[in-house]
Every structure is written in structure tokens, then in C-alpha cells.
Ligand binder design. Structure first.
Ligand code: ZN
Length: 652
């Protein structure tokens, strides 16, 4: 199938849209590699219930109820009420639970509790997730407040200043405990002199038992044990098909970690996974990102399976080869530079399967592992996702967005011509050298920046990319054709950070998510800093707001200045200074501007959040039951895929 014939767009409901992605070059992989991908994909899909339960402890019961209704409701399915119910279900599936994946607010159904009761009564009670002796009426009584009482569990993650961010968050990583209790529980556990510290608390839930705090560890035989056993089953199958000795070692360590919950093994796995380098087929699978924990310690479960995109990998290899040059010439304090930037592996991959936290909303780049000391001593792997970016790009062309928000025709032309390339290079610089650069001062607590750590770290990587994309070195290395391409990158970044990214946020709300806070903080900081010289200009024309960059060179200097400061904050663990930058520049939204931007955006009828349905990987068996090939089927039924996953990969 050629790129032009491929249907990317699948569905849209309110602020969410669903695309699908291609698997270019999959047919050319060896049988062994295809089998590896198939088995790893089964492992990636098997952990789905963990994430649902982590997001909110009643999510699974709610999902199973919604699935039973979808499957068996015998009443009128053509009514407006039922259509509104379908939209709600699609949104819940998209968010992996009843809270919005980005805003963290509880999703609001557009039907009422009476209709919900009607749906349950009209469905097959055998299929409902009723516990012992529970009647459908009791199920309705227990679930209705969760869905319809706006005040109950209203926020998945509450980061509001002054809030008890543990007790007021609905995320299911803590239960019945306060922020103070959790902080003092962990305070005694970290050894400040340990140069190879484990990721304390990464894979557990903290509860209170007989008045004392205890950890329930995610492991075989422990919390989520039944799911983890399924994941182990498929990991073992995949391991038998791995091409690489190093990868087999890594998978064994991962299995050991899942069996024991031992975080030392998690570190060993990550070290081995980095050391294995760049196999043609690779994976992530585990408790990895800590964005959903208000305290930034506990990780949600995620998985991806991927294979190398050989051509596109060349670009990031050039960056990696020059990593030391970037580090040496960066505008940060020499004492916080790495003498030797190690193991900044960089490549471009195609996703073959998304699972857990990566499904349906996929990341655009991945840079792992997260432990600072492993990154420093062993290195990290950095990848950008070619087929996911392709789907984004192809589906957004012709949407009218650029024409509405760009400040003039020249900008539209520039961004049309160079936007995709500049964006890919920004991501490469961010992932391959941005996160990898810099070091902590001796004795600095790596967790000193607490709830501001994620936003500041993203800002550091973004600033590194922004600073260098305008460097003549980039043209020397033939990464961009000319300076106009770099200008396009600045145009897009400033327009997004000062104006358009807030289309993702409901009016009256603050910016919560780390990447968005970072972009807002950077843009508002440089805007204010350069104001006296009119470096970046905000102006109105026909009552519409626009951004214009008047001095690209000076803007670059400002990016360098802020990079220097944020590196200092990270290196010294200067919590107060970091907090100030994020709170002063990254959180608040001007109410009038917000109204205006939302209005303009609404007219375009676009959805700001993109998710993806997975292709179906179908093994072909011979008479002896051996797999002889794996075929790709591109499905286009979003709800159908969600229901299939519910049927085949539900182990809790
Ligand atoms: Zn990043």
C-alpha cells in the first residue's frame, strides 16, 4: 500500500481524535524478527489492566460495566442518549479510565444517572462485573456517584499549590495516606551516600495497615501478579526469538524483576538494555514514567515494540556523533558540563505495537532509562518514532490551523516548507543530546526539584534543542538546508507556547502537564526577558492575537541564557528558583486570551489530542503449529479494538 492511499484518520470525539499508523518495511524483517515482535506485542497488550487500575481503583469495574453494556444492551441503540453514551465510552477508553489523560479532570458524561441505570437494566446481567451477591441495582448504586458526582474523585492528579497532592489525587498509587505520611515514610529509606540509588518506590502502592504505612509491590505473586505472570509468559517466548545475546540477557533480567519486584534488578535490566545498543527490533516494557504520581516516584505501566527505520536513523546518528561538540559548546556553566557524554544512542524507529500508558496516546520520542546515575555512567537510548510522526503530519495537512494562527504569509510558507523537518530535528536534539547533557553537582539530591522536576527537565532538553537548531553547525552538518528552516522551528515553538497549546485546556483551568508547563515557561520567560528590545512581539489584528519574532538571533541568546539557568537549578537542586520559573511563567493562562484562542480553534473543528489504534499482528501457522509468518492487518474500528482488548487481555 502506498503512503498516499493509506487512511490515517479513524475517528474523532470532542477533544480526542484517533489515527492509525503504518508499519513500513515490516515485510522485509526476518521471520525470527517478526516472531520476536509478535510475542513482545502480546506482552505489550497483556499489561493493559495494570494501567487502568493504577489510574483509578474503580476504573476496571467501570470499564467492564461499559463493555457489558456495549456488548449486550438490548434497548434502542439509535437514540441520542445512546450516542452520547458511546461518546463517553470512547473517551474513557482513550483516557484509560474515567479521568482525562491530559487535564486529569473527571470526564463528564452527557447522559444522566437514570439513563445509566436503564442501560444496565437492559444489559445481560451475566456479563456485568458483579461481585458475590451483588445485584445490578447495587452495581448502579455503587457506580453512579463515581460517574455523575462531579465533586467525587474529581481529579486524577491534583498539583494545586497548597493541596495535599497525595490525598487529593484519585490516582491509585496511594490509598488512605497523606502527602506528609508518604514523604516521611520514604525519607528514611534513601541512602544519600549511595551513588547508584535504586528508583525508590517505583513499583508499589502505599497503603496504611494497622496504622502503619506499607508498600504493596507490583510483582508475580504480589500486586498485579496475575497480569505480570502473563507478561512474563510472553517475554519468555520473545526471548527465544531474540537475535542478540545482549538482548536475551536483558529480557532475563526483566523477567527476574517482574518475578521479584527487586529494583536492583530493574536497574540491572536497564543497564543491560542500554548496553545491548541498537538491535533491529527492540522494546520497552515495565513501570517506567512517573508523571502520573503527584510525588514523581511511582511509575505507570507501559510497553512498546519497535523496529529500526534505517534511512531516518542517519540524521540522528550525525547528532550523536557530534554529541561532545554540543556539550562542549553549550552555554551552560563549564562545571556542570559532562567531560564525556557517553552512550547517547540515537535512532529512528517504527512502532509495531503500543501498550499500557503508550496506548492509545503514543509518545513522539523516547529517551530511557530514567535513572540519572545510569544515564551518566552507562548512557541512554534515544529514539524518535517515524511512523507515528508520519501519521500526525499526514493527517494534519490541510486542516487550516497554520493559516489561522500564523502571523503572516511568509511564516505560513516557511512552516509548510520546513516545519516537518525542523520538528523532527528538534525532537532529535531534545532526545539525543538535550536530556543527555549536563551533570549534577556532587552531593545534589537527584529528587530535590520534586514536583517541578519533570517540567524543568523537559525545559532543559527543549532549550538545548532550541539553542542549537539556530547554530551554523547544524547547516555545516547538513541537518538543515538553511537558516529559514531554523526560523520555522522558532516560529512554531513560540506560537505554540504563547498561544495555541492552551487549546488543550478548559477555560478557567491552569496548565498542569509537565511538557506544556515547560513550553509555556520557556516562551513566557523569553518574551518577558526580551520585551524591552521587542525580540518577540504579541500583537492583535482584527481582534485576533498573533506572535511575531523580530530578532531571531537575540531570541537564540535568550534561550541560551535560560538553558544556563535551568541547568544550574538542576545541578544544584535549587528547588525555589525552579519553582519560581515554572509557577511564574508556566502555569497561569490569561483568561481573555484563552477565550479568544479557544473560539478560533473551535471554528476549525479539530481535536487537540491524538491517539492511535494498533495494527493487528496475525501469526500464520503451518501444520505442525509453527509460526511461518506474521501478517499485518490494518483495522479501522476503534471501539472494536478496545472491545477486543477487553476480551483477550483482561487479567484483573
Ligand atoms: Zn523529553
Amino acid at each position: 500500500m502506498s503512503v498516499d492511499d493509506f487512511k490515517y484518520f479513524i475517528d474523532q470525539f470532542e477533544d480526542m481524535r484517533v489515527l492509525r499508523y503504518r508499519l513500513p518495511g515490516f515485510e522485509e524483517l526476518t521471520l525470527q524478527q517478526k516472531k520476536f515482535i509478535f510475542y513482545m506485542s502480546q506482552a505489550a497488550l497483556s499489561g493493559r489492566d495494570i494501567l487502568w487500575d493504577q489510574n483509578f481503583r474503580f476504573n476496571l469495574k467501570i470499564r467492564k460495566t461499559l463493555e457489558a453494556i456495549l456488548d449486550t444492551y438490548s434497548g434502542d441503540r439509535s437514540s441520542l442518549q445512546f450516542k452520547l453514551f458511546l461518546i463517553y465510552v470512547k473517551r474513557v477508553f482513550f483516557a484509560n479510565g474515567i479521568h482525562h489523560h491530559y487535564s486529569n479532570d473527571k470526564l463528564k458524561p452527557d447522559f444522566d444517572a437514570d439513563y445509566f441505570a436503564t442501560l444496565i437494566h437492559g444489559s445481560d446481567s451475566e456479563k456485568l462485573p458483579l461481585t458475590d451477591n451483588e445485584t445490578p441495582d447495587q452495581l448502579i448504586l455503587s457506580l453512579s456517584p463515581l460517574l455523575f458526582d462531579e465533586k467525587l474523585y474529581s481529579r486524577k492528579i491534583e498539583r494545586r499549590e497548597g493541596a495535599d497532592i497525595v490525598a487529593e489525587s484519585s490516582i491509585n498509587m496511594y490509598e488512605g495516606v497523606t502527602q506528609d505520611e508518604v514523604e516521611s515514610f520514604y525519607a528514611g529509606k534513601a541512602n544519600p551516600n549511595d551513588v547508584n540509588p535504586i528508583s525508590l518506590g517505583l513499583n508499589s502502592k502505599v497503603i496504611k495497615k494497622n496504622g502503619k504505612l506499607v508498600e504493596k509491590v507490583y510483582k508475580s505473586g504480589g500486586l498485579y501478579g496475575t497480569v505480570i505472570d502473563r507478561i512474563i509468559f510472553w517475554l519468555e517466548k520473545a526471548n527465544s526469538c531474540s537475535d542478540s545475546e545482549g538482548q536475551r540477557k536483558a529480557i532475563k533480567l526483566l523477567i527476574g524483576f517482574y518475578k521479584t519486584g527487586d529494583l536492583k534488578l530493574w536497574d540491572k535490566f536497564n543497564i543491560q538494555w542500554v548496553k545491548d545498543g541498537e538491535p533491529d527490533v527492540d522494546f520497552n516494557n515495565g513501570f517506567i514514567e512517573t508523571y502520573s504520581d503527584p510525588l514523581g516516584m511511582k511509575a505507570t505501566w507501559e510497553a512498546i515494540v519497535n523496529y529500526t527505520d534505517i534511512d531516518a536513523t542517519k540524521r540522528s546518528r550525525i547528532i550523536t556523533a557530534n554529541a561532545q561538540w554540543f556539550e562542549d559548546n553549550s552555554p551552560i556553566d563549564p562545571k556542570y558540563k559532562k567531560e564525556k557524554v557517553t552512550g547517547v544512542a540515537a535512532k529512528v524507529i517504527n512502532i509495531a505495537m503500543l501498550g499500557g500508558e503508550c496506548y492509545p496516546v503514543s509518545p513522539l520520542g523516547i529517551n530511557l532509562p530514567n535513572a540519572d546515575w545510569i544515564r551518566k555512567e552507562v548512557g541512554s537510548k534515544s529514539v524518535t518514532l517515524a511512523n507515528i510522526s508520519e501519521a500526525h503530519d499526514k493527517s494534519s495537512q490541510g486542516s487550516g490551523f497554520l493559516e489561522e494562527f500564523a502571523s503572516d504569509k511568509a511564516e505560513v510558507e516557511r512552516v509548510k516548507k520546513y516545519g516537518t523537518l525542523a520538528d523532527a530535528l528538534h525532537t532529535d536534539l531534545h532526545e539525543c543530546v538535550g536530556h543527555a547533557s549536563g551533570k549534577l553537582a556532587p552531593g545534589t539530591d537527584p529528587n530535590a526539584l520534586k514536583n517541578y522536576a519533570s517540567a524543568l527537565e523537559e525545559a532543559r532538553a527543549d532549550l538545548f534543542a532550541l539553542y542549537y537548531i539556530m547554530d551554523k553547525k547544524i547547516i555545516e552538518l547538513a541537518l538543515l538546508p538553511d537558516e529559514d528552516a531554523a526560523k520555522a522551528s522558532y516560529d512554531v515553538y513560540l506560537r505554540n507556547g504563547l498561544l495555541t497549546q492552551i487549546v488543550r485546556i478548559k477555560h478557567g483551568k491552569n496548565i498542569e502537564e509537565a511538557h506544556m508547563r515547560n513550553r509555556s515557561a520557556i516562551c513566557h520567560w523569553v518574551y518577558e526577558r526580551g520585551r524591552s528590545k521587542n525580540v518577540v512581539e504579541l500583537f492583535k489584528s482584527n481582534y485576533k492575537s498573533y506572535v511575531r519574532i523580530n530578532d531571531y538571533k537575540m531570541l537564540r541568546e535568550l534561550f541560551g541564557e535560560l538553558l544556563n539557568e535551568i541547568q544550574r537549578i538542576k545541578s544544584e537542586g535549587d528547588f525555589d528558583a525552579g519553582k519560581k520559573i515554572i509557577e511564574n511563567y508556566g502555569v497561569k493562562i490569561d483568561a481573555d486570551l484563552h477565550t479568544e484562542i479557544l473560539k478560533r480553534y473551535d471554528k476549525l473543528n479539530l481535536a487537540p489530542y491524538t491517539g492511535f489504534i494498533n495494527p493487528k499482528l496475525i501469526p500464520v501457522f503451518d501444520n505442525a503449529g509453527e509460526i511461518t509468518d506474521v501478517e499485518v492487518e490494518y483495522v479501522d474500528d476503534y471501539l472494536g479494538q478496545m472491545m477486543e482488548y477487553g476480551r483477550n487481555y483482561s487479567f484483573l
